[in-house]
Structure formats: structure tokens, C-alpha cells
Design a protein around this ligand. Sequence first.
Ligand code: GDP
Ligand code: MN
Length: 386
Amino acid sequence: MKIHEYQAKELFRQYNVPVPQGKAVFSVEEAKEAASGLGGFPVVVKAQIHAGGRGKGGGVKLAASMEEVESFASDILGMTLVTHQTGPEGRLVQKLLVEAGQQIEKELYLSLLVDRATASVVIMASRDGGMNIEDVAANTPERIIKVQVDPLMGIQGYQLRQVGFGLELPAAAMKQFSQLLANLYKFFIANDCSLVEINPLILTFDDQVMALDAKVDFDSNAMYRHKNLMELRDLDEEDPMEVEASKYNLNYINLDGNVGNIVNGAGLAMATMDIIKNAGATPANFMDVGGGASSEQVENAFKIILADEKVKAVLINIFGGILRCDNFAQGVVDAAQKTGINIPVVVRMEGTNVDEGKKILNDANLGLTSAVDLADAAQKIATAVS
Ligand code: GDP
Ligand code: MN
């Protein structure tokens, strides 16, 4: 679960990770009020969306006067901000962070993430922070320091120094940096983060270090034990269809092709997407109704997919194990009767109660195409959208 920069910075403050003074606002008037509360210029006006690369897209501006705060705030609020992380459709900006502008001596990079391969928390840092960190990773990976922290041991003093020295910080900044990193690690563990990224972490001319940007991602599976963090979820930033699907416990991810697919089990969903691709078509989504989906859940899955305008045909690929094919078929019939099917639907179904399932679908006379096996299903769905 992602949160906004302003929310992440508020949490950083609670863990004594230094951040600039600032305030989240929703209108130009509020932006001016917040700016005057900062007691000086420059003031930074920052678009709040769940995506990085805002600076390059025109979503971060340094204002030298109140007039500039006003004009930047009105430009950015309501704009559709396109960055390399939003995709070409961009994101509507509805909130701003108005912050005290900092004098920057050096922009550094610092992040913590869960590394599954080593079952540890990895700290990554680089002297080449700022807006082009992706280029650093691609072209000069040796300039990125990596330190593994054993979660049972916790972060050790020598590791704090290893990162600080690696960043070639001046001696005067070393102690403060060590505290910052130790506090950040505490924050990471206490809140079940999967990623914390500060880019840039800045060094000021008086040798202070401070988080100028803040990106935080929490492990969604751990959110049941962080009710306070759940309140930070911003549904405006999530795909509306994914939000709808999550209400019914459906495992759904919206993609950009035109073949909708309904599958039971994530492994089968991955395989089905491969098969669709292999046949020359492109999946419009990943929809896993789960091992034991009820017919009501299947109905909701079907409704969500049929409501998606880019979907030109639907492939249903079910292997009945715990999920019985007759239950599944009933869900499809119920959904079809409520929403009406006006696009081709190919069904491949095998497993528990498959004959009963096929009979239910046949008797309902919905005009579905049945496939004998996977290859046949792929071929039929590709023909349907070609
Ligand atoms: P991102 O582009 O979405 O990662 O947004 P950031 O918060 O990282 O801001 C982008 C860039 O704006 C930073 O790399 C800085 O160069 C610049 N910037 C942000 N805040 C300040 C500030 O207070 N003072 C100065 N001089 N530059 C800033
Ligand atoms: Mn940044």
C-alpha cells in the first residue's frame, strides 16, 4: 500500500527523521496561507500523487514569491501529471505539499527495501542522488552502495558508518546521518514497510542531512495489524476497478490489452496470460477468483470485467479443484443475466463437476463458445479479437 509524500514525511517526523517544514493543501487559497506560515522564500510547491518523477513532469516548483506560489499552485492543482511512473494517461493532481525551500549542497539517494533472495533488509545509497537515479543504476551501478541487514540482528553501528562513509559525507554530518538511518530502519521494521525511498536525501551547506522526498510502500498483507496506517490509504490514487474488486476479495490487476480473463488461482492466471500472448492477443487484466470462489464472487468478477470498455472478448479458464465447476457456472449465468453479455466469451473448464458445470452453461443458452483444451481456447480467443 502506497501513501503520499506528505503522509510519509509526517511519519518520518514521528521517528525523528528530519524533513522540511510543510503542509498538505487542497486549494490555491490554502497554498498561499501555508506558504505565509513558512516565514520566507523560496517555497516549494509539490504535486501529491502516488508516483515519482514529478519534478521532470512539472509537478515540483520552487516559488520565490507569493505571486509564484499562487501561479504554481493553480497550475499544478487539477493538472494531469504525466511522469515515467504514471503511464501515458497521467494522474490528476488533487493535493499539494507546500514546503519550506532548502539550500542544497548535495543530492544523495537512500532507500531500504525487503530483499526476498537474502531474506534481509537491504539499504541502498548513492552519492548520485536526485532525479536521474534510474540512469545511475543502469550505467554506473558500482556507484550504488548496498548493505544487507539481518532482521534478527537489527541494524549495527558499523553498518550505519559503512553507508555514511560510502556516501562520502563530511565528518560533521556523520553522526546525524547515523541517527537518521537508524531511525529510518526503526520506522521500516515497526510499520512493515516493503520500501522506503528518499531521493533526494540532501546535505545542506551547514552539514545537515534531511529527507527532501519520501516514498513509502507498506506490505499490504501486514496492514491488518496497522489500523492507523490503513487510514492513510487514498482510493483516488488507486485504479477504480481494482478498488471495486478488492471489496469482493478478488485478486484483480488492470492491464492494457483487450482480452479479459477469469481464472482460478494465480499460477493459472499467469499461465493463461502467457497463452493469450502466445496466440497473438493481449490480456486486459489479471483476475483470479481464488481457489474456493463462491458463485457470488464469480458474478462480481464477471461484472467488473464486462464493465471494462477495452475488453473485446473474455476467456474463462477454470480448473475445478476446491472451486466446483457447477458453482462457477452458476456464477457466470447469474452475472450474464444481470449484466447481459454482448461480447464473445470462450470457456475452458476442467475438473470437479465439470459435466454439471457445462450443462448449466449450455442450458442457459448464453451463446458462449466452449473450448476443448487450452490450445483451442487460446486460438478461439485470438480469433475473437482479431
Ligand atoms: P520527484 O521528481 O517526484 O522525485 O520529486 P522530488 O521531491 O524528488 O523533487 C524533485 C527535485 O526538485 C529534487 O531532486 C530537487 O532537485 C528539487 N527540489 C525539491 N525540493 C527542493 C528544495 O527545497 N530546494 C531546492 N533547491 N530544490 C528542491
Ligand atoms: Mn524524488
